[in-house]
Ligand binder design. Structure first.
Ligand SMILES: [Zn+2]
Length: 281
């Protein structure tokens, strides 16, 4: 039987969401109120309602995103509309694409997903700290599932907000065609980082809060070893997408999403190259 994870500090509420929305982590203790990740846009009204109920009349002051996949930032626009003074911080890697609002480079158009345009006010810099709920949380780069992702770690209570870098049974889908074998090496390096941080409790992007982190890391490493087996990388990634369905999500939706993404990878790579070329000029 899996061990119960240690209780979270009382100023943290996790809204565990259904597919396709990522979980939302609300800090409602002393200091500024903060939400980490905002779910998919189809559930944005529910996200706003959950946050409103959690804040009990207080405004939402800050919004952070672990990465900019549409299931993690699709509620940003609705939250910004509800609380116009909301300050939004994103990982630095896609700052320019958000400022210019390029839905192709941001992967929304090629993956057939919607993400209403939102405003970014600041960068969540790896190596820095952010004050969340009266504690200092470290920001770490967490490439692999997404090359620009960050994770957040609070070293006293040893709580990790992992995004899609580590789930209880694996990690978010990696698209090898998109980022090359490099992406899998990055997944491994990010697992090494999490092992060093040694969290007691993980708040993942999808699924329940969990403890027993060494065992979860071992499961993720086994999955990664499967992805790294020679040849057939695409098929293995497809298996991996099927595994993501195990999480209790509707596997059909996950696979459909994956198929969309796979078909559009070329377009996305092309768009990225074009974007990089445009920036050099
Ligand atoms: Zn993701």
């Amino acid at each position: 039987m899996p061990l119960e994870p240690p209780a979270l500090p009382p100023e943290i509420t996790v809204f565990e969401r259904g597919w396709l929305s990522a979980n939302n982590v609300l800090f409602h203790g002393h200091g500024a109120t903060v939400l980490v990740d905002s779910g998919y846009c189809a559930h944005a009204a529910q996200t706003v309602a959950l946050v409103e109920s959690g804040l009990q009349g207080r405004p939402l002051d800050r919004l952070l995103n672990t990465h900019l996949h549409s299931d993690h930032c699709g509620g940003n626009a609705a939250l910004q509309a509800r609380w116009p003074r909301l300050i939004t911080h994103i990982p630095p890697g896609q700052w320019d694409q958000v400022q210019a609002w390029d839905p192709v480079a941001l992967s929304y158009e090629p993956t057939g997903q919607d993400c209403p345009r939102f405003r970014a006010d600041g960068r969540l810099m790896p190596g820095s700290e952010v004050a969340l709920g009266g504690s200092a949380w470290q920001v770490h780069a967490a490439p692999g599932h997404d090359p620009h992702a960050v994770l957040l770690f609070e070293p006293r209570a040893r709580v990790l907000i992992s995004g899609d870098a580590l789930w209880e049974n694996g990690f978010g889908v990696v698209f090898p065609e998109l980022d090359g074998a490099h992406a899998f090496a990055d997944v491994g390096a990010t697992l090494d980082l999490i092992e060093q941080l040694d969290p007691l409790t993980v708040i993942p992007g999808h699924g329940s809060v969990f403890g027993g982190v060494p065992a979860a890391i071992a499961r993720a490493r086994r999955r990664l070893a499967g992805c790294l087996a020679p040849g057939e990388a695409g098929e293995l990634a497809f298996d991996h997408a099927a595994d993501a369905g195990e999480l209790g999500h509707q596997a059909g939706v996950g696979l459909l999403q994956f198929a969309h993404a796979r078909a559009a990878v070329k377009a996305l790579r092309h768009a990225r190259a074009k974007f990089a070329h445009g920036r050099r000029r």
